[in-house]
Design a protein around this ligand. Structure first.
Ligand SMILES: [Zn+2]
Length: 158
């Protein structure tokens, strides 16, 4: 009905096709994980996804989620954001395929996504000059968030 719903259906179909190309099936548990994805806002961890997937389908196990995540990344539904912390973060790719850079507050670890299309262009150009094909690239900026700048420190909620 809504645009969001259509995007979800498209992603679901392309993920099903991706699984099929790997000789894998869209099982009930994988569907649960997939549906929980669209309850996520912003960045999420595997544990957050597990919690939401379990509330949709209690048969979803931790192993299912951890095995499903690399498949979702490879299929392009989500992307992995490695900010050098213990927890790996993920984010839905959504309609925008614009390259994102992450700006991370060096105190509270809050992550900001910013569009950085020039980065993609730069990586591609530099690589092509060397006859290489870009597989992955990232830009991380460490900064002080507005709260840190205003108060000199961040409130740590977790
Ligand atoms: Zn901060």
């Amino acid at each position: 009905m809504s645009v969001v719903k259509d995007a979800t259906n498209d992603s679901f179909e392309s993920f099903s096709d991706f699984l099929a190309s790997k000789g894998l099936r869209m099982t009930g548990q994988r569907k649960g994980v997939f549906e929980a994805l669209f309850d996520q806002t912003g960045h999420f961890t595997a544990e957050q996804l597990l919690k939401d997937a379990k509330s949709l389908d209690e048969t979803v196990s931790r192993a299912t989620v951890y095995r499903c995540l690399p498949l979702l990344v490879e299929s392009g539904v989500i992307r992995k954001i490695d900010v050098g912390q213990d927890n790996k973060f993920y984010s839905l790719n959504g309609a925008s395929q614009t390259f994102k850079a992450q700006v991370i507050c060096s105190d509270c670890d809050k992550i900001y996504d910013i569009d950085a299309p020039f980065m993609e262009w730069y990586g591609k150009n530099v690589s092509e000059k060397l006859g290489l094909h870009v597989k992955d690239q990232r830009l991380q900026v460490h900064a002080e968030c507005p709260q840190h700048r205003k108060l000199g420190a961040c409130s740590h909620t977790s």
